[in-house]
Design a protein around this ligand. Structure first.
Ligand SMILES: *[C@@H]1O[C@H](CO)[C@@H](O)[C@H](O)[C@H]1NC(C)=O
Ligand SMILES: *[C@@H]1O[C@H](CO)[C@@H](O)[C@H](O)[C@H]1NC(C)=O
Ligand SMILES: *[C@@H]1O[C@H](CO)[C@@H](O)[C@H](O)[C@H]1NC(C)=O
Ligand SMILES: *[C@@H]1O[C@H](CO)[C@@H](O)[C@H](O)[C@H]1NC(C)=O
Ligand SMILES: *[C@@H]1O[C@H](CO)[C@@H](O)[C@H](O)[C@H]1NC(C)=O
Ligand SMILES: *[C@@H]1O[C@H](CO)[C@@H](O)[C@H](O)[C@H]1NC(C)=O
Ligand SMILES: *[C@@H]1O[C@H](CO)[C@@H](O)[C@H](O)[C@H]1NC(C)=O
Length: 357
């Protein structure tokens, strides 16, 4: 009996440690694989990278650079705007450098090597206070709110537009990373007609290999507007020779509008208006799956027990024969992962206790 009690205590201790870990500091590798260098496409690389991150007091910025080639200085906003390295707040000459974010608010970093900042080697971030309560650590993903049901228009790459990204495909990966795409949202691929195009590719394999023979709809006139009509993964490439392999490719995950974990349906949720509303300027850019109706909101939650998790024993899944490439499988709702993560320790605890007693 005493042994079981001790094991129970251990289980609780492990769970407590797990919760601690989930709120501990995170390390952000500045620019991801690009590192801290002169970004080939200018400052937009670090702007899009920063937009994909959430910075909290206690987090660490890892500036990955070679000592002697670059450095990293924290500067005032004025110095950041003017690329003035005369009086930095702090300066680290040895790379890679870990910088702990000790204060909230805006932080500005530049490289003080001549010309580097002006060429785009500058980073501005906004640090928020550490969450004071530990229980719900997973909430960078915005909870379902009225705004999340309003269709959004995204300009792919923001000011970069849709072009061969100078830094490679990291540009569109970082651009997409922080965003939640919903059925009904619109992607604007801003390119110059003749210089680029945009094609829907129907499989991840074709996307990965830049197979321009496996494309669906191709739009040659820019800017192109594409309305997201189905949930799941969507892949876009440019079919101009070598553009895709040079990084002009975008992969996104689209969440269905009905993806709310709460058992009570939100009364304010409109029945996915954009699918029925005429989109006059979409230039016929509907993805190949010709579903004119919004995705079946009831399909993931048809289990009689009312649980929001889709049953793993594939019962009667509605066969979406219309959409090729298997892109029509609705992914778990956006908030499901955090729900699952939150539920996991308690499931684990129950199982452990069931074994013990
Ligand atoms: C830093 O950059 C080097 C060289 O590009 C790379 O090998 C290394 O994995 C990077 N480190 C991190 C933490 O990203
Ligand atoms: C920076 O932080 C990373 C991750 O926490 C760690 O692996 C690395 O050793 C640190 N580097 C330095 C120079 O402190
Ligand atoms: C943040 O705090 C740590 C520990 O007190 C300190 O070593 C470090 O220099 C501080 N970093 C900055 C950027 O002020
Ligand atoms: C940082 O956040 C504050 C308050 O939310 C905002 O006013 C400011 O514009 C932000 N700065 C940056 C660089 O995003
Ligand atoms: C598209 O790019 C052009 C040229 O870079 C720019 O003037 C225009 O504002 C962009 N349009 C959008 C919707 O971002
Ligand atoms: C490209 O896609 C086409 C059509 O799906 C296929 O026939 C071809 O084998 C693919 N090529 C490569 C190299 O995967
Ligand atoms: C989409 O989500 C699935 C499941 O979470 C993930 O495996 C996949 O990598 C995601 N794809 C993209 C393009 O983000």
């Amino acid at each position: 009996m005493a042994g079981k009690f001790i094991i129970t205590l251990l289980v609780v201790a492990v769970l407590a440690a797990a919760l601690q870990c989930s709120v501990a500091q995170r390390t952000h590798v500045v620019g991801d694989s690009l590192g801290w260098t002169i970004p080939p496409g200018g400052a937009v690389a670090y702007t899009t990278w920063a937009a994909s991150q959430t910075f909290t007091v206690g987090d660490v910025l890892l500036f990955n650079f070679t000592t002697g080639s670059h450095d990293v200085a924290q500067v005032s906003r004025t110095s950041f705007d003017g690329c003035n390295s005369a009086s930095p707040i702090s300066l680290v000459r040895n790379g890679p450098a870990n910088v702990t974010l000790n204060t909230t608010g805006e932080h500005y970093y530049i490289c003080t090597f001549s010309g580097h900042c002006n060429a785009g080697m500058k980073l501005a971030i906004n640090v928020s206070a550490a969450p004071s309560t530990s229980p719900p650590p997973q909430s960078p993903v915005p909870a379902p709110s009225p705004s999340s049901t309003t269709p959004k228009t995204y300009v792919v790459g923001d000011s970069l537009g849709w072009t061969v990204p100078p830094g490679g495909s990291i540009a569109y990966r970082t651009w997409a990373a922080g965003k939640t795409f919903m059925v009904g949202d619109i992607l604007v691929f801003n390119f110059t007609t003749g210089a680029d195009d945009v094609a829907v590719v129907t499989s991840k394999a074709a996307y990965d290999s830049c197979n321009t023979s496996a494309t669906g709809t191709t739009i040659n006139t820019g800017p192109a507007r594409i309305t997201l009509t189905t949930a799941g993964e969507h892949f876009y490439i440019c079919t101009i020779p070598r553009h895709c392999s040079l990084g002009q490719k975008l992969a996104i995950n689209v969440t269905g509008t009905a993806a709310t974990p709460s058992p009570t349906p939100a009364p304010t949720r409109p029945p996915s208006g954009p699918a029925s509303a005429p989109a006059p300027s979409s230039t016929g850019a509907t993805p190949p799956s010709s579903s004119s109706t919004p995705p079946p909101s009831g399909s993931p939650s048809t289990s009689p027990s009312g649980s929001t998790t889709p049953s793993p024993s594939g019962s009667t899944t509605p066969s979406p024969s219309g959409s090729p490439g298997g892109v029509s499988a609705p992914p778990p709702p956006n908030s499901a992962p955090s729900f699952a993560v939150a539920a996991l320790p308690f499931t684990f605890l129950s199982i452990a206790l069931a074994f013990l007693y």
